[in-house]
Ligand binder design. Sequence first.
Ligand code: SAM
Length: 271
Amino acid sequence: MLVYTLSGTLQSREAELHLLWEAGATGLEERGGVIRAYFDAPAELALGGEWVSEPDTDWLSAWKKDLRPVTAGRFTIAPSWLSGEVPPGQMPLLIDPGMAFGTGHHVTTRLAVEAISALDVAGLKVLDVGSGSGVLALAAALGGAAEVTGLDIDPVTLPAAYENAELNGLPYRAGAFVTPGGSLRFEEGTLDPEMDEAPAYTLLIANLYAELHDLLAPSYRAVLLPGSPVILTGILQDKLPLVREALAREGFGDVIETLEGEWALITARSS
Ligand code: SAM
């Protein structure tokens, strides 16, 4: 087992944790002022940490013990083995930790699921850019959206997203999962601001980072039908002006910012 150890706490280094997940971490924990990130294979990381090889023990079960369900609006995000702990009245959103970011334990994922929960998504055509574990696409799909597409540049995320869709009881037929309101599919890919996109979606969700939102903002405008909401997160608060300006430049209005810790989520509406 490979462990990348890093001094600090999960809270003090929260802004960097996404780099560990994106590099392929399968789990993170904190022990006595040291963050331990578990990996199946070595990865390029320049965070000042150290790689340690440890005997394969029951680390997964030990780590699993600490994973608690997360409440996000009307959804409770939980690993499959805790499905029995979803409180009555809450919609279960089952996500098992794996090779892809998005168990609900990161503030930005939870904020995005809360924002999806606050919308009436019934009938919407949804694009989730950077779908990772599929958590946000699944929230929209389970919430009743008509067509949901999860797009991720990293092919490693696709099997995880498929597994999580299956965990949530969605049958797979003819290239897509059958959802309460329509269909859900996951694709490898990204948006390209250089490409002419036809407007096709009525909700766009993206948990990326501020610089990428800035770069992709013209595509967000292009793929959305007029008057459609966007939910953008993964934004460090000190980078908020970049995303604000990008949204203004592309004609988005009704901008609302939600702040938590170092993070921000923005909702807005296309013109
Ligand atoms: N949506 C999940 C969530 O909210 O927990 C995962 C978000 S994770 C922070 C960002 C994801 O975006 C990663 O899975 C990464 O592979 C993907 N990603 C990074 N750059 C991208 C791009 N340019 N286009 C599409 N996906 C991208």
